[in-house]
Design a protein around this ligand. Structure first.
Ligand code: FAD
Length: 467
């Protein structure tokens, strides 16, 4: 194959980490090569964030239409789902548009895009197995590893690629499975479980711990649990599925040791994701990984080999697209000699369940651990006018502030559109806002954001009362 010498930066992987890093590096005048063996956009655009939200929105629409009798919408007969059409819309009008947008950005930035699989040959060169056949060799001054993560394929419930699938498989179903079992109650499993439940599947979610969405504030999860009951989703906690799908059944052992057989047409196994560096030959470049396979980095995203960087899912267990992109910008700027660093106060987390869950910053317990004197205020969406006009009054806003300094430390929310509302709090925390700043900012009426305003006002009031 050909040899291209002395590229300033090669980026391996074109997910939200890699393509953003490539774009930023090119804006800074660097000569950039981006290598991707599948589609531009990575997991996020092709098999993760975007397709999942597309199916969730279609499920929501159907559910809303079918559940608005109280508001005077009468469905005569039933609303049919043409799922092949849904999938075609998702593929062409959503994913394809976004991935072509990434292709245009790369072109505009004169980023050389190479379709193939990269592997290091030494600390300054790599080889690409081209998708079109043959190989190409590159030498580089800097490399950014953005190879992402992959779903765990557990030995207790192995994937078969057809009826037992990971999220990628579940997003690509050609038909809505009449009976759908989800093994693993993390955000991916619960989001997809709800989406298919709304589209008509009979859904069972099996979670090994005592709570869905392990690690999430139980106050938020309780609201979700009530909605899941209303949606007819069965949730089995402290329960373990094993042995795969056999004769259309999944064996689940509950907390008391009793074994249940659950009928299923399709099973989603979503029990975690692991960093992906297979076949990359990191050893040839001298890049170290930790015991879990993540690539450790400093605050400028540098690995132990100073001219090689790593960003996104491959370098930390907090696997979020916006974090990968922000890290990509930091790595590109560091390579260009700028003093950028990954020093965010906080990265927001959103779960696109129904209702949605969003949080940022510290919970009450975390604030106490850090030595603050946290005061928490709550405001229910049942008292927010806009929420009632939307027929979406379940949920609440919780704000955590420090009694002494008045600093806003965190927010936990469950309710309508909290995925959008969380941005206000993330910005406020980044800017070091006090609760008073939020309370004194006019929020438009009637909007859902008044839930945040009211929680901040009630926080101020409780401090006043306490003297
Ligand atoms: P990736 O997006 O995984 O991209 C890595 C790319 O590298 C891939 O395209 C891969 O083909 C390529 N690659 C790997 N090895 C090589 C090689 N040797 N040579 C060439 N190319 C290679 N995050 C959110 O923030 N919000 C969400 O709502 C959300 N929803 C999700 C839903 C699902 C179902 C899933 C699975 C994930 C979701 N995520 C979400 C997580 C998000 O997708 C990831 O955090 C994000 O994609 C990580 O970006 P990345 O650039 O690190 O890696």
């Amino acid at each position: 194959g050909s040899i291209k010498t002395g590229t300033d930066v090669v980026v391996i992987g074109a997910g939200p980490g890699g393509y953003v890093a490539a774009q930023r590096a090119s804006q800074l005048g660097l000569d950039v090569t981006l290598i991707e063996r599948e589609e531009l956009g990575g997991t996020c655009l092709n098999h993760g964030c975007i397709p999942s939200k597309a199916l969730i929105s279609v499920g929501d629409l159907l559910y809303k239409v079918n559940n608005a009798a109280e508001r005077g919408l009468v469905v005569k007969g039933s609303v049919e789902v043409d799922f092949a059409k849904t999938q075609e819309w998702k593929e062409t009008k959503v994913i394809k548009r976004l991935t072509s947008g990434v292709a245009s950005l790369m072109k505009a930035g004169q980023v050389e895009v190479v379709k193939g699989t990269a592997r290091f040959t030494d600390p300054h060169s790599l080889e690409v197995e081209l998708n079109d056949g043959g190989t190409a060799a590159y030498t580089f001054k800097h490399a950014i590893i953005a190879t992402g993560s992959t779903a765990v394929n557990p030995s207790f419930f192995p994937l078969d690629g057809e009826n037992v699938v990971d999220a990628r498989g579940a997003l690509a179903f050609r038909e809505i499975p009449p009976r759908f079992v989800v093994v693993g109650g993390g955000y991916i499993g619960v989001e997809l479980g709800i989406a298919y439940a709304k589209l008509g599947s009979k859904v069972t979610i099996v979670e090994a711990t005592g709570q869905l969405l392990p690690g999430t504030d139980p106050d938020l999860v309780n609201v979700l649990m009530r909605r899941l009951r209303r949606l007819g989703v069965t949730v089995m906690l402290n329960a373990r599925a094993s042995g795969g799908l056999q004769n259309g059944k999944v064996k689940v052992q509950d907390g008391e040791g009793k074994v249940h057989e659950i009928e299923a047409d399709k099973v989603l196994v979503s029990v975690g994701r692991v960093p992906y560096t297979e076949g990359l030959h990191l050893d040839k470049a001298g890049v170290r990984v930790d015991e879990k396979g993540f690539i450790p980095v400093d605050e400028q995203m540098r690995t132990n080999v100073p001219h090689i960087y790593a960003i996104g899912d491959v370098c930390s267990p907090v696997m979020l697209a916006h974090k990968a992109s922000a890290q990509g910008r930091v790595a590109a700027e560091a390579i260009a000699g700028r003093p950028s660093a990954a020093d965010w106060q906080t990265v927001p987390a959103v779960i696109f369940t129904d209702p949605e869950i969003a949080y940022v910053g510290l919970t009450e317990a975390q604030a106490r651990e850090k030595g603050y004197d946290p005061v928490v205020s709550r405001y229910n969406f049942a008292a927010v006018g806009r929420a009632l006009t939307m027929g979406e009054s379940d949920g609440m806003v919780k704000l955590v502030g420090d009694r002494q300094s008045g600093l806003l430390l965190g927010a936990q929310m469950v309710g309508p559109e909290v995925s959008e509302l969380i941005g206000e709090i993330a910005l406020a925390i980044e800017m070091g806002a006090q609760m008073e700043d939020v309370a004194l900012t006019p929020h438009y009426h009637p909007t859902l954001s008044e839930g945040i305003l009211e929680a901040a006002l009630s926080w101020m009031h409780s401090i006043e009362k306490a003297g």
